[in-house]
Design a protein around this ligand. Sequence first.
Ligand SMILES: Nc1ncnc2c1ncn2[C@@H]1O[C@H](COP(=O)(O)OP(=O)(O)OP(=O)(O)O)[C@@H](O)[C@H]1O
Ligand SMILES: [Mg+2]
Length: 270
Amino acid sequence: MSAARLEALAPSGQRGRPVYELRGVSKTYARRNIQALGSVDLTLTEGSFSSVIGASGCGKSTLLKIMAGLVPPSAGRVMLAGSPVTGPRRDIGMMFQQATLFPWKTALENVVLPIEIRDGKAAARAKQGEARALLELVGLKGFETVYPGELSGGMAQRAAICRMLITEPAVLLLDEPFSALDELTRDYMNMELQRICMARNATAFLVTHSISEAVILSDTVYVMSPRPGRFVEAVEVDLPRPRTLEMITTPRFGALVDRIRSHLDKGSFL
Ligand SMILES: Nc1ncnc2c1ncn2[C@@H]1O[C@H](COP(=O)(O)OP(=O)(O)OP(=O)(O)O)[C@@H](O)[C@H]1O
Ligand SMILES: [Mg+2]
């Protein structure tokens, strides 16, 4: 699908200031000569929440890593807040599938770790108050001095969210952050994520395998073709905000899920 058509499909509420701009981004991994990503054009506007959904191996993580500056594209251009992304940046927060907390550090120490790495121990100490407030925000008050081994999976993911937020990133890149969680915890975490994004006017981009997760969270859901991944459809989610879990049972929600599923089925994958 052309960039112009995808842009035209972007919901009207999303036509704010562009934050991310990708033009003609593709990736071929040289080592095995695998073309992971076709040509991707994408504009994310300030405060918007978008998701990408597609089959395993279609290039979603590759796209996210390119956006994060962790992997260079083979072709194309990635701009964030007006400047090219050439490596990891302070204004980007990233979260992976597994919580990856350091087991020998407490929850609080894990949360301030990005500050310690970036600015040193004194700066990390100065951020402890803020880290405590973040832990409270995600329901982990009282667990500051607990080690990850004593946290549940959901609690560890909540601590990982705090660690992502401590640097106050303008954009959040999320690679299936909750896929290891049970359904109830995942629903709860999704509502938390929405609340945090709305409170901070953060721009978010989520990779997920769950159609309903994509719909409940997003303004736009991008459907990706099998490898080499490219966007085949941008589905606008016109449900009002804040979204609630009750919306999942509405006919409109069901219609959006069906529409996305039909695009995925067309590619005869998943
Ligand atoms: N570092 C790498 N070197 C070579 N090939 C890679 C590398 N990383 C990914 N690939 C290949 O690129 C393709 C896309 O991988 P990617 O991880 O982006 O897929 P994905 O859509 O995130 O899949 P999943 O849903 O399973 O996480 C795959 O065929 C994979 O084998
Ligand atoms: Mg992946």
